[in-house]
Design a protein around this ligand. Structure first.
Ligand code: GPQ
Length: 833
């Protein structure tokens, strides 16, 4: 082959439509060229990872070509742009997604097979970019896919963590965390843009001064330290479009001047040590999901990426529009939770201190530009920063926040003249004890739109967490029920089902998920139902193989795959699921001859490293698995699997192979959930509470096709109001009693009889997540699930209806709603070559 071409080819050269054979040979040539010119490897010595990288570069070349044309088009059209600010983007692997979105997947598979390479194997070589914790980060990734697919001009702004979410290892059943060195073999998807570097200040003090030729006083910030932000751009393709948007992630480096003083003083080592401190800012993702950690470095991360992004937005806006007066007409900035909420104060600072705006004008621009999405109802998850820490790190921002608060509370006082309690609740500053800045209040005051992520969640926000803001500004509030991208979560992860669907109703569902409704017309077609079932079966076989390869457990692919995959949290009640497993086991021990519907109960999820109770639940699952999986009485009718290191790649294997989706959070606690949508899209049935988006999923798929159980939000509240007594459930439910007694007996903790006492204590002392109260209903509902599963034809019909009716939960719908109602942005399609 010819390896002497100077420039690595892109896969398709300008404009010429190639026949299939020519395309295959061009792909092969591009690969060889990449191997040679980009990686300096000869075919002879190239391993699978080298081929993966070569392939990734080929795809990247095409994406960059499209990206350049996209950027030109957006600038020419003076298009309004969405800036999605998020501390997390859980993108998942890029290669498979890139190939699918470019429409090259099948061609590539053939071209590779032709050279004796297996595409699936190469796809597995890609490191998982785990730049997020869970649902919130994955939502941001699905949104990027939909934004581009809808041809909406958008930039995702975030942090390029050198270490993503930790790798979860299981040792003797316990979770152990290992660092995630995802960049160690390089990242072919990113391009560093040192030419767009920005400088970010930290610490120091402020001072008043008079600008030349100006009578008014100005404030300036004299920082103690500066850090440089280097953008790293990742192209984001959409499905079937020429548009390519950008994910721009910031890496912190030491400022140019960092070393001068120290160097001049001869302190070379001190200077280099200082450089390391700067680079720490983007070193590692905080692995806490829905829990605050008031760590200085975390606030530095938040301010760093937001300040970098705002400078970038302003640079682009001034380039295209000349003045910041009309910023809100061309920029919509969405705050993904409160992590980027400091942006409100930073934009005010920029406008006032750097661009000489008057307060009122600056405030109007700021409010019109920002929107805020809330993702949790749990008060302990709301971010609050100590005023001391804040003032030390961001002295100018603290002043600005005080001024915002002063003006805001004056306005509130006019509206509610004799209501000091309300003033106290609305204040941006929490008083009493250590004074703290309330980031949710800052986000609410600084935004023109506030939204929740499911209908129930938004209602509860209005009634509870943000009630005072709702009463003040009801029109700011709206609901935007979450969604998922059908490209990754069906087309890519479940190719067999995707193909059956496309053969049956055509492929318009890929970009118009409501079209899945047409499947209902085929419900009575036996051939179709059999094909559906056969695909689920194949997917289960392939998951069974994966389980055996990763944890060495043999599972029965004919058993019901009962799956709970999500972060480990008390409110998500993995514990209730384990208690059910123990109950099933107890029944087998007591009545070995009874008929049972075989189940494989699969768990996956990470516990925050400092969350002792969640880690103990991981241990309990593994301990129960050890006993149940090895007891001959069970005879393979029940298996328990904890899959270590749940992540996006693993999720793509799990959803297609699941029969039962566990969505069993305490009502009123899960803001939305998005895994629930991925299961249903892939034809799993849900056992769930009336929580988050479960409510809307049940509405869509029909109550008959959803296994509902448990207390409602109101019942939970009522129960707690009269004083919930978990003991009475223990005393009156013999099966529940037996289940807790077996744990207490030490059966699952040989040699460590007290190991699980904290779990028993939590259940019996206050049971804050109502596991005891919901247990009987859960077990009863699970019996109904088992009986239904025995009628396999009924189950398949229900599964098909779940898929057919899940169209509402496409992220395309969600994004179209944000675009129309909050961002006021329009599609700007890029013309083909
Ligand atoms: N969510 Cl506040 C997270 O994943 N992390 C967080 O820190 C917060 C929320 C989730 C939430 O628990 C899910 O119910 C949502 O579906 C998801 O955000 C996306 O909105």
């Amino acid at each position: 082959s010819n390896t002497t071409t100077e420039v690595p080819l892109s896969l398709e050269s300008a404009g010429v439509a190639l026949d299939a054979e020519a395309q295959v040979s061009q792909i092969q040539q591009a690969l060889v060229n990449n191997l040679y010119w980009v990686q300096g490897k000869d075919e002879q010595f190239a391993n699978a990872h080298d081929y993966y990288t070569a392939l990734a570069h080929s795809v990247r070349n095409q994406l960059l070509q499209k990206r350049i044309r996209t950027a030109k088009t957006y600038a020419q059209e003076r298009a309004k742009t969405v800036y999605y600010m998020s501390a997390e983007f859980l993108m998942g692997r890029q290669l498979g997604n890139g190939l699918i979105n470019l429409g090259l997947y099948d061609t590539m598979r053939h071209a590779l097979a032709d050279c004796g390479l297996d595409l699936d194997e190469l796809l597995e070589r890609e490191a998982e970019p785990g730049l997020g914790n869970g649902g919130l980060g994955r939502l941001a990734a699905c949104f990027m896919d939909s934004l581009t697919t809808l041809n909406l001009p958008a930039v995702g702004y975030g942090i390029r963590y050198e270490f993503g979410i930790f790798t979860q290892l299981i040792r003797q059943g316990h979770q152990v965390e290992a660092p995630d060195k995802w960049l160690s073999y390089g990242n072919p998807w990113e391009i560093a843009r040192p030419d767009y570097r920005v400088e970010i200040k930290f610490g120091g003090h402020t001072e008043v001064y008079k600008k030349d030729g100006d009578d008014d006083y100005q404030v300036r910030w004299i920082p103690a330290q500066t850090v440089i932000g280097i953008p790293h751009d990742v192209p984001v393709p959409g499905y079937g479009t020429e548009n390519v948007n950008l994910l721009r992630l910031w890496k912190a480096e030491a400022g140019e001047a960092f070393d001068l003083d120290a160097f001049n003083a001869g302190d070379y080592f001190g200077a280099v040590a200082n450089k390391m401190i700067s680079e720490n800012i983007t070193k590692v993702l905080y692995p806490n999901d829905e829990t605050r950690q008031g760590k200085e470095l975390r606030l530095q991360q938040q301010y760093f990426f937001v300040a970098c992004s705002l400078q970038d937005i302003i640079r682009l806006h001034l380039r295209d529009h000349g003045s910041l007066e009309n910023l809100a007409e061309f920029a919509a900035i969405q705050l993904n939770d409160t992590h980027p909420a400091i942006g409100v104060a930073e934009l005010m600072r920029l406008l006032i201190d750097e661009y000489n705006f008057e307060w009122a004008a600056a405030w109007q621009i700021t409010q019109r530009t920002f929107g805020y999405t809330n993702h949790t109802l749990m008060p302990e998850a709301l971010e609050k920063w100590s005023v001391d820490l804040f003032g030390k790190l961001l002295p100018r921002h603290l002043e600005i926040i005080y001024e915002i608060n002063h003006r805001f509370l004056a306005q509130v006082k006019l509206r509610y003249p004799n209501d000091p309690d309300r003033l106290e609740r609305l204040s941006l500053i929490e008083e009493g004890g250590e004074r703290r800045v309330r980031m949710a209040n800052l986000a609410c005051v600084g935004s023109h739109a506030i939204n929740g992520v499911a209908a129930l969640h938004t209602e509860l926000l209005k009634q509870e967490v943000l009630q005072d803001f709702y009463e003040l500004w009801p029109d700011k509030f709206s609901n935007k029920t979450n969604g998922i991208t059908p490209r990754r979560w069906l087309l890519q992860c479940n190719p067999r089902l995707a193909q059956l669907i496309s053969e049956t109703i055509g492929d318009s569902w890929i970009t118009n998920l409501d079209d899945l409704k047409q499947l209902e017309a085929h419900l009575d077609n036996e051939v179709f139902r059999h094909a559906w079932q056969a695909i689920k079966q194949e997917n289960k076989w392939s998951l069974a193989r994966y389980i055996h390869d990763t944890v060495g457990i043999k599972v029965n692919p004919d058993s019901m795959f009962d799956v709970q995959i999500k972060r480990i949290h008390e409110y998500k009640r993995q514990l209730m699921n384990v208690l059910h497993v123990i109950t099933l086991y107890n029944r087998m021990v007591q009545n070995p001859g009874d008929h049972v519907v075989p189940r494989t109960v699969i768990f996956g999820g990470k516990a925050a490293p400092g969350y002792a109770m969640a880690k103990l639940v991981v241990k309990l699952v593994n301990a129960v698995a050890d006993v149940v999986n090895n007891d001959p009485i069970v005879a393979g009718r029940l298996k328990v699997v904890f899959l270590p290191n749940y992540n996006v790649s693993q999720a793509q294997r799990l959803f297609p192979a699941s029969d039962l989706s566990e969505q069993i959070s305490t009502a009123g606690m899960e803001a939305s959930g998005t895994g629930n949508m991925k299961f249903a899209l892939n034809g799993a049935l849900t056992i769930g509470t009336l929580d988050g988006a479960n409510v809307e999923i049940r509405e869509e798929v029909g109550a008959d096709n959803f296994f509902l159980f448990g207390l409602t939000t109101e019942q939970v509240a009522a129960c707690k109001a009269v004083g919930h007594n978990p003991w009475c459930y223990y005393d009156t439910n013999p099966e529940l009693k037996r289940t807790l007694d077996v744990i207490a007996s030490g059966l699952f903790s040989p040699g460590e009889p007290d190991l699980f006492l904290p779990i028993l204590d939590s259940l019996l002392v206050d049971d804050p997540y109502m596991v005891m109260a919901d247990f009987a209903a859960y077990v009863q509902c699970q019996e109904h699930v088992s009986r239904t599963y025995e009628d396999r034809d009924r189950w398949v019909r229900m599964a098909i209806l779940n898929t057919a009716r899940i169209g509402k939960f496409s992220a395309d719908r969600t994004i179209a709603d944000y675009a129309r109602e909050i961002w006021k942005v329009k599609a700007v399609p890029v013309a083909g070559e």
